[in-house]
Ligand binder design. Structure first.
Ligand code: ATP
Length: 270
């Protein structure tokens, strides 16, 4: 199997004559988590839309495990790549269980193996008590957890604990509505998916949370790659201050864990 799960080479996305993402090149390996960070409007969601072929690049090429993404049939792509968008609106009022089961659609096994996967995810994602509830009636965090379970249902091939090399998970702000307990749970599941060979591309505004899951961080500024490096190397005050356009502090920790990043409290910009 190809060790590169997803690769972009000189990918650009233009709306009219404005490039919202420009000249992006990187490779995501099987069993690797790449975190994407940057300011509002930097192009993070646009980059993810290119990665999952929701939009095709104006220039450049993208490969899924060595295959040109443009030639991978949509159903095949949906079996190999699961995507959690930033916003998700449902036209119909499904129950939580039905929403999670939607993830099995590309696999066509909803009545058999897929049912066991959905049942398992309702338990592991702590959704069992909500299974029969209308999705529309849920809180923001409950909806986000339901959607996360749906993409996990799509990501798994046949069994809850199988090898996931070649599978790609794309997440846009998956923790935006989650409480601390469920943020921690999500970080834990991402690490476990990585351990099983899954490749993950994830956007988060919380740089500390992102750093805790990502092997490498890709920093985007005005649609361009500012830098891509191992997480520890990216956590530098000058790099982060430039990225966010605000003075940032990086506090080393005694326990040898990654440093803590926070806005400089001495700076009074507003
Ligand atoms: N359909 C579109 N037509 C024109 N411009 C667009 C379109 N979609 C996005 N943009 C612009 O592209 C830029 C990048 O948007 P994108 O959603 O990728 O940013 P982002 O980094 O995900 O931002 P945020 O942190 O606010 O979610 C923004 O300036 C946005 O206004």
């Amino acid at each position: 199997m190809n060790e590169t799960a997803l690769e972009m080479r000189e990918a650009t996305l233009r709306y009219g004559n404005v490039s919202v993402v420009a000249d992006i090149s990187f490779a995501l390996s099987c069993g690797e988590i790449v975190g994407i960070a940057g300011s509002n409007g930097a192009g993070k969601s646009s980059l993810l839309r290119l990665a999952c072929r929701e939009q095709s690049p104006s220039e450049g090429r993208i490969w899924l495990a060595g295959e040109d993404l443009a030639t991978v049939r949509p159903r095949d792509r949906a079996r190999r790549m699961a995507v959690l968008p930033q916003h998700m609106h449902l036209q119909f009022d499904f129950t939580v269980q039905q929403v999670v089961a939607l993830g099995r659609s590309p696999h066509g096994d909803g009545e058999n193996a897929g049912k066991a996967i959905v049942e398992n995810l309702l338990d592991t994602c702590e959704l069992r008590h909500l299974a029969g509830r209308s999705y529309q009636s849920l809180s923001g965090g409950e909806q986000q957890r339901t959607q996360y379970a749906r993409v996990l249902a799509q990501l798994l091939r046949k069994q809850p604990d199988e090898d996931l090399r070649g599978q790609v998970l794309v997440l846009d702000e998956p923790t935006a509505s989650l409480d601390i307990r469920h943020q921690e749970q999500l970080v834990h599941t991402l690490k476990s998916l990585r351990h099983r060979g899954c490749a993950v591309l994830v956007v988060m505004h919380d740089i500390n949370l992102l750093s805790r899951c990502a092997d490498r961080l890709l920093f985007l500024k005005k649609g361009r790659m500012q830098s891509l490096a191992a997480t520890a190397e990216q956590l530098r005050e000058t790099t982060l201050s430039e990225l966010f356009g605000f003075p940032m502090k990086v506090q080393p920790r005694d326990d040898g864990d990654l440093p803590l990043v926070y806005p400089d409290p001495a700076h009074h910009a507003f």
